[in-house]
Design a protein around this ligand. Structure first.
Ligand SMILES: NC(=O)c1ccc[n+]([C@@H]2O[C@H](COP(=O)([O-])OP(=O)(O)OC[C@H]3O[C@@H](n4cnc5c(N)ncnc54)[C@H](OP(=O)(O)O)[C@@H]3O)[C@@H](O)[C@H]2O)c1
Length: 214
């Protein structure tokens, strides 16, 4: 697959490395290609362009930018360049205010998630929430004593979700499909829960697992 990754941070780089490892073609989009010079030197085949270049390049895209500027990055990418494509939304609506007792502050509330805002701003784009509630170090084929961790996903378009399910499974995850975009109201706050043991106990390598009857 050709994958366009919007972002130059740790999530963008970890997912880009994962896609390359699994034989996909990757272009990362950024306002400042200089930030990715070392990454490109270390990852054969990685390409870099603007947000719009990456959006045009991808058959599937990843949104991996700061939550507060997600809409700015998407606008720069261009709705037309992403229309009809699955967009893995890894963002979290983390506010600028610092965490209290290890609990992050969000700029959204429980009646509307960030992904729903993005979905209503760009109705022709098929957003699928994924990879938001695990640290970037554990995104690609993580090894845990308890077996495969669970990736909670949601989104309005079933075909897009099937594509993202395939990516998650290739990256070593069990997938739990939580339904339509409004389920992001529950999936985004998992990031708050995930981060607490990091802030309180400096434990940044763990993941959630959904235990089923069979
Ligand atoms: N860090 C993790 O382990 C982790 C895990 C799960 C989910 N997440 C979520 O994933 C997202 C990315 O996290 P991250 O830690 O990799 O990076 P980050 O530091 O949150 O974001 C960096 C990205 O934000 C973009 N950005 C900043 N200001 C911008 C603006 N005004 N307009 C357009 N783009 C702008 C940057 O673009 P340029 O390249 O142009 O500078 C860069 O690509 C976040 O929403 C985060 O909550 C993070």
């Amino acid at each position: 697959m050709k994958v366009g990754i919007l972002g130059s941070g740790d999530v963008a780089k970890s997912l880009a490395a994962g896609f390359i490892k699994h034989g996909h073609q990757v272009m990362l989009g950024t306002r400042d290609a200089g930030k990715l010079k070392d990454f490109v030197a270390q990852h054969k085949g990685a390409q870099v362009g603007s947000f719009a270049d990456a959006a045009r390049f991808g058959e599937i895209a990843v949104l991996a930018v700061k939550g507060t500027v997600a809409l700015d990055a998407l606008s720069a990418a261009g709705a037309a360049n992403l229309a009809g494509k699955p967009v893995i939304d890894a963002t979290n609506p983390i506010a600028e205010a610092p965490p209290t007792n290890g609990v992050l502050k969000f700029f959204t509330d429980l009646d509307q998630s960030l992904m729903e805002r993005l979905q209503s701003a760009m109705p022709d784009v098929h957003f699928v929430k994924a990879f938001n509630s695990v640290g970037n170090a554990a995104m690609i084929n993580p090894q845990f004593k308890g077996g495969k961790p669970t990736m909670f996903i949601c989104g309005n378009n079933d075909k897009a979700k099937a594509a993202v399910r395939g990516v998650c499974e290739q990256f070593g995850w069990d997938v739990a499909d939580m339904g339509k975009a409004d389920a992001a109201r529950a999936i985004e706050p998992l990031c708050m829960l995930w981060c607490i043991s990091g802030f309180l106990h400096n434990d940044w390598f763990h993941a959630f697992k959904l235990l089923r009857k069979e």
